[in-house]
Design a protein around this ligand. Structure first.
Ligand SMILES: *[C@@H]1O[C@H](CO)[C@@H](O)[C@H](O)[C@H]1NC(C)=O
Ligand SMILES: *[C@@H]1O[C@H](CO)[C@@H](O)[C@H](O)[C@H]1NC(C)=O
Length: 457
């Protein structure tokens, strides 16, 4: 009897293995998380040996009153620290870790995703210096972008900017609340004390965001927000998103009620297809579809997904093409949010096939890999300052930016921006639209990969 049972199990696992695609999703997930290590700044610890070329950096980052702001993540191929995109990245990473915990576990990457989240949330806790005070940017975007070299060699001034009651920012404060609430859900079962701390900060931040309403790039919080920072166009979506995550994680009906009120107040039902660092309306639909008794959110999300999958432009080789800039991550984000419809039992075949297709496109189906250090013909010249620099004592400057040589170091696991509308792409370091890497990009990408693992692909 026992042996029959084990034979059946063997057959079952063989069937699952054959069902799998041609790519090793576990390997991609692990590499994708390695990318977050490559983006770490501050006093480094626990680094993978392959990242020996990354060193401690920006150890003087501090607030206007000397508060310690070291740590966290560089945003992309540059050395800015932006709170808005960091928080959004952490919300998406946490979303994936909550919805697809089994997928991460089967990829051997549960600790890895928790570490990636914690490196970011530890920094956000530092940046939230008092109830109504949150640092949201370190660095001067213009000066930073004029610098090409290693972060540890950089001597630029790094001013720190915050939102507070005089210069509020409901968008960034509410997104940070969403990130910390979602992360508390990730850590609840492994470190309850840390989860409590995250949740406490999330609650303070959503109150601050709601009570002092403003767009952070318009309230004077960032004096030089001249189009170089991540400009926000509104905050109603982040407010609803922050409340929705708090509701999902705490089961507190007050937060659910506020999420639904804010959703109404800002008419989010009229916004279709929105989920990116600036716009979260469809993300709110996805979270509320999961927890509200009102069916409108699921219906709205399902309609959005149906529209995006059937009416929006595809490249000839099948990538959903909504944006020239970072086309691959935009498609991955659609997959992440639309899989929530599938998780609720609807359109499963279509949505899962779509998710797999979009991910497999990035992994090689279009004729090349778009993930550094993975698969066939991966990018060798990702727009990434540190990776472009040779080992010491060689100097590193704009010469390394311009050279057509491959990067001396591999920023393993980074998803590059991606192709244009005709699947056109060249592995060119100077093409930051298609060949930069960014903490935002890998967040939906890794989440969908974990979903595919969990689904047995
Ligand atoms: C909501 O999402 C969680 C995972 O985040 C899942 O465990 C739960 O089953 C979902 N609820 C419903 C009603 O589908
Ligand atoms: C940022 O850097 C630019 C270029 O170096 C400089 O002109 C500008 O004054 C700086 N802004 C601030 C607020 O430090």
């Amino acid at each position: 009897m026992a042996s029959l049972r084990s034979i059946l199990l063997l057959l079952l696992s063989a069937a699952v293995a054959c069902h799998g695609g041609t790519y090793d999703y576990s390997e991609v997930i692990q590499k994708s998380l390695l990318f977050y290590q490559a983006e770490r700044t501050g006093k480094l610890s626990g680094m993978d040996p392959s990242l020996y070329w990354r060193k401690d950096s920006c150890l003087d980052d501090k607030g206007q009153n000397g508060e310690d702001l070291t740590g966290g993540y560089f945003d992309a191929g540059d050395y800015m620290k932006f709170g808005f995109t960091l928080a959004y990245t952490l919300t998406l990473l946490s979303w994936g870790a909550i919805s697809y915990e089994q997928g991460y576990a089967s990829a051997g990457a549960l600790d890895g995703v928790r570490d990636a989240i914690k490196w970011g949330t530890d920094y956000l806790l530092k940046a939230h210096v008092s109830a109504n005070e949150l640092y949201v940017q370190v660095g001067n975007t213009t000066a930073d972008h004029n610098y090409w070299g290693r972060p540890e060699d950089m001597t630029l001034e790094r001013p720190a900017y915050k939102v507070d009651t005089e210069h509020p920012g409901s968008d960034v404060a509410a997104e940070t609340a969403a990130a910390l609430a979602a992360a508390s859900g990730v850590f609840r079962s492994v470190d309850a004390t840390y989860a409590d701390t995250l949740l406490q900060h999330a609650k303070e931040l959503i109150a601050f965001a709601d009570n002092y309403r403003a767009i952070y790039t318009e309230s004077g919080a960032i004096p030089d927000s001249d189009g170089t920072a991540y400009l926000s166009k509104g905050y109603g979506d982040e407010l609803a998103w922050g409340y929705a995550w708090l509701a999902k994680i705490t089961n507190d009906q007050t937060y659910l009620q506020r999420a639904e009120e804010v959703y109404e107040e800002f008419g989010l039902i009229n916004i279709g297809g929105g989920l990116n660092w600036e716009q979260k309306a469809s993300g709110v639909d996805a979270v509320l579809a999961n927890i509200s008794s009102n069916g409108q959110y699921l219906e709205h999300l399902r309609g959005t997904c149906n529209y995006l999958l059937t009416n929006e432009k595809r490249t000839p080789k099948g990538l959903l093409f909504l944006s020239e800039w970072g086309s691959l991550q935009v498609a991955a984000t659609v997959a992440l949010m639309c899989l929530e419809v599938s998780n609720l039992g609807l359109d499963q075949e279509t949505l899962q096939a779509f998710a797999k297709q979009q991910i497999d496109y990035a992994l090689g189906d279009a004729g090349r890999s778009y993930v550094v250090g993975f698969g066939e013909n991966p990018p060798l010249r990702a727009h990434h300052r540190a990776a472009s620099c040779p080992d010491l004592p060689a100097t590193c400057d704009w010469t390394q930016y311009s050279t057509t040589d491959p990067n001396p170091h591999e920023v393993t696991g980074a998803l590059v921006g991606g192709p244009g509308e005709n699947d056109d792409y060249s592995d060119d370091r100077t093409d930051y639209v298609h060949n930069e890497v960014c903490i935002v990009y890998n967040a939906p990408f890794t989440g969908v990969l974990a979903a595919l693992k969990q689904l047995g692909y």
